[in-house]
Structure formats: C-alpha cells, structure tokens
Ligand binder design. Structure first.
Ligand SMILES: Cc1cc2nc3c(=O)[nH]c(=O)nc-3n(C[C@H](O)[C@H](O)[C@H](O)COP(=O)(O)OP(=O)(O)OC[C@H]3O[C@@H](n4cnc5c(N)ncnc54)[C@H](O)[C@@H]3O)c2cc1C
Length: 400
C-alpha cells in the first residue's frame, strides 16, 4: 500500500515528538506522526510514576502550542525554592530572589501527554498513527518509509524523536558517543507528613544524587517524587527491597537533604528505574533528516533537563522551518544547518554541566569535599552568579 508524500514525518510519539508535530503544524507544515500511542488515563488516585521538572522556556513553548492550559492546574506544582546540599554546605535558589514566578513546574509525564493528545485531535495539519516507523531509505531528495502497519510513504524531512535507541539516527548513518554512568535513576512517589513548601530538595551523597520534587497536594496530603540516581548495585538492592523499604531509606537521608520536617515518608506507588547514560549523536542533522530529544542527546537527570532540552529542540526546529525562505523546502540543508547551529550551545553546555557535576561528586572524589563545600557555599553568596545560573536553567537565556 502506498500513500502520498508528506512534508515531514516524525518517528516518535513521546512528549518531544507530539510537541514537535503540533509546532510544525502551527508553522504551516503538514506532518505525519508515527508511534503516537495515546497517553494513559488519569489515575483514580495519586500521581503517575514519571514526573518532570519543566523550565520556563518549556512552559512558554507549551503555552504557545495551547497545551499547557490543558494540563489540569491541580496536578501541577510550581517550585518556589530549590535547596541543593553537599558536603555539609548548601546552595539555595528562590523564585522570589530571582524575580520569577517559579523556578520550575513539576508535572506528570502522562498529564502532559494527555494534554498533547487533546491538542493534536484539533490540529488539522497532523495525522498520527500508533504504528512505528519500521524502515527508511534515502532515494534522491526523499526518504522512502515503511510503517509497521504495512503503509508506505515518503517525505523530504524525516525527524527522529524516537528516543535514546533511535533507529532514525542509524538510518541516517549518524554515529553516537555513549557512556554508561553505572547509575540507575530510581523513582517513586512518596507521601510526606508535612508540606514541602513548594521546595525541591537535592543532595549529593556517597550513595548518589537524591532529589525530592514537590508534587501538588491531593486531599490535603503532601507528596514528593523521588529521583535517586543510585549506583547500579544499590539501585538493584533498592528495587529488590520494595517501595516501603525505599521510603524508609529516603527517610534516613532527610537530614542530608535538609528536609527532616517531611518525615515520616510513605511510599505512594511502585518503584520505577532507568539506566543512566550520557549520549550525544555526532550530528544533529543529515540529508533531509534531523534528530531531537533523547535521539540526539541524553544527559544525567541531576539537573532535570533532558525533556527541557528536547522541547527546546522542537521549538527551535519549528522556528527555523517557519522562517525559511520561499525558495527553501522544509528539509533543505540550509534550514537544517540553522537548526543544528541554534541548538549547539545549549546542548553542549548542559551536557558539560551535568556530566561535570556527576564527576565532581563521584564516590572517588571525596578528597575534594572541602573544596566542593567552599565552592557551593561561595556560590550561595554570589547573587549575580546565582541569577545567571537560574536564568540559564530556565532556558530563556538561550531562547531570548
Ligand atoms: C530518572 C529520570 C528522571 C528525569 N527527570 C527529568 C526532569 O525532571 N526534567 C526533564 O526535563 N527531563 C527529565 N528526564 C529526561 C527525560 O525523561 C527525557 O529526556 C525525555 O523523556 C525524552 O523524551 P523523548 O520524547 O525525546 O524520548 P522518549 O520519551 O524516549 O520517546 C520516544 C518515543 O519514540 C517511540 N519510538 C521509538 N522508536 C520508534 C519508531 N521506530 N517509530 C515510531 N516511534 C518510535 C517510543 O515508543 C517513544 O514513545 C529524566 C530522565 C530520567 C531517566
């Protein structure tokens, strides 16, 4: 079965792929989105396991796509304070001192996807299918594509938003630099005895990086989402011991986190686990092809920036496509080069920052603890540096 040529085909119906489809359609491009499975329904109680800290640039982008308004406000928690603890020192950011509405917004992955699905239903420029893209070959100026449901189509612009094991990357012949961190991201929602006060807590410990992201209270019950970047062996142990024991282990770390008042903690769901890697595609673009999101780069979650980077990829790509000259097709090499240039700095900066922090606080670096503590405490007293860091983390410093 053969269908007509589509202006742009996206492989990958995760958050980045869905947001990209909307952004391109709103830029006047006709899009086929492959691998778009509908989001899980709203759980009867509690929160989905996977939550994200979205920065101001991501929120602004989702606002512009008319998606943010569809994420139920009662399921979103703004972060007004961020406490980062290490070696007995502390670095604190507040929205008030930075002069911003919030440092970040915590939202469930599923709630974001449901909002994206709703917006996609009304977007006439996008046709989506749950079928994945099975094969892609380059012929002349086009990509010939085969979908898992047997359909064939072709396009001048193939977009890989198909995650860390991207096949689009392989079809485009783009190499990959990859390093396993030897850590696993262990996540679990926890009920707290007291309010988190809209604060995100993070501690660099000998057992990895422990973060508690505040979730919106439900029925007066305060909750946090745990993201523990734990060495693989410890992570396996935490998973084997189960959620109840995990809550007790996190409870023991509350003092380190500066969050004693949250205890006692109780597990509010199952444990999830993701192996942590640093990955970077050698190139973001090729002939008639571009990579976005985890297909292009995977960073350590300690700064909570992977999805933010992916959303900003989608925004940048849609912007260069929209601004192209009338003589340029959507997959024109000049257009794609502009995308690659637009993304180079932020991707590299975040990769260096997250990887650098991971190395600095790695178990073998304990001898640096006094210097690290000095650095953290010093940074805490340097308001201009803190403003710059917060501005960069918001993503707005890059996008303008
Ligand atoms: C523990 C942990 C915590 C994190 N916390 C944060 C955070 O707080 N903030 C943040 O910004 N980021 C965070 N991240 C990073 C974030 O999870 C990822 O960067 C983000 O999910 C990447 O989205 P994506 O759409 O690029 O890829 P994915 O979510 O992997 O989506 C890819 C999609 O493509 C589909 N697909 C694959 N192959 C094909 C194909 N051939 N055809 C069609 N479809 C295909 C897949 O089924 C999937 O639906 C965290 C990561 C981890 C591990």
């Amino acid at each position: 079965m053969t269908s007509r040529t589509t202006q742009a085909v996206i492989a990958g119906g995760g958050i980045v792929g869905k947001a990209l489809a909307l952004a391109l359609a709103q830029a006047g491009v006709q899009v086929l989105l492959c691998g778009a499975r509908p989001a899980a329904p709203t759980p009867a109680a509690g929160y989905g396991q996977r939550v994200y800290a979205l920065n101001a640039a991501s929120r602004r982008f989702l606002d512009g796509l008319r998606v943010w308004a569809q994420v139920p406000a009662e399921r979103v928690q703004s972060v007004e304070r961020m406490r980062i603890a290490a070696d007995g020192a502390e670095l604190v950011f507040t929205a008030y001192a930075q002069g911003v509405e919030a440092l970040a917004w915590i939202a469930e992955s599923d709630a974001l996807e449901r909002a994206l699905d709703l917006a996609l239903q009304f977007e006439r420029g996008v046709s989506s299918t749950p079928a994945s893209l099975d094969q892609a070959t380059r012929e002349g100026a086009l990509w010939n594509l085969q979908l898992a449901d047997g359909r064939h189509t072709s396009t001048g612009l193939l977009l890989g938003a198909d995650g860390r094991a991207s096949r689009v990357r392989d079809w485009a012949g783009v190499g990959l630099r990859s390093k396993a961190y030897g850590q696993t991201g262990v996540v679990c929602n926890l009920r707290c005895a007291a309010s988190h006060g809209a604060t995100a807590f993070q501690a660099f410990t000998e057992d990895g990086v422990i973060a508690l992201l505040p979730l919106a209270a439900q029925g007066g019950q305060s909750q946090v989402s745990l993201v523990w970047s734990a060495p693989d062996a410890l992570a396996a142990q935490l998973q084997a011991d189960g959620a109840k024991r995990l809550a007790a282990r996190v409870q023991e770390a509350l003092t380190l986190l500066g969050a004693e008042h949250l205890g006692p903690l109780q597990a509010a769901g199952e444990i999830g686990a993701w192996p942590l890697v640093l990955q970077r595609a050698h190139r973001l673009v090729g002939e008639g092809v571009a990579l976005l999101g985890d297909a292009a780069h995977v960073v350590h979650p300690l700064a909570g920036h992977g999805l933010n980077l992916g959303l900003q990829d989608a925004q940048a790509l849609a912007a260069v496509v929209k601004a192209r000259a009338s003589s340029e097709g959507v997959g024109d090499a000049r257009v794609l080069r502009r995308y690659a240039r637009a993304r180079a700095e932020q991707v590299l900066a975040l990769e260096l920052a997250t990887d650098g922090l991971h190395r600095l606080y790695a178990p073998g670096m304990q001898w640096l603890a006094p210097l690290r503590a000095l650095g953290l405490a010093g940074t805490n007293h340097l308001a201009p540096l803190k403003r710059w860091l917060a501005g960069y983390a918001s993503g707005l410093a890059v996008l303008g």
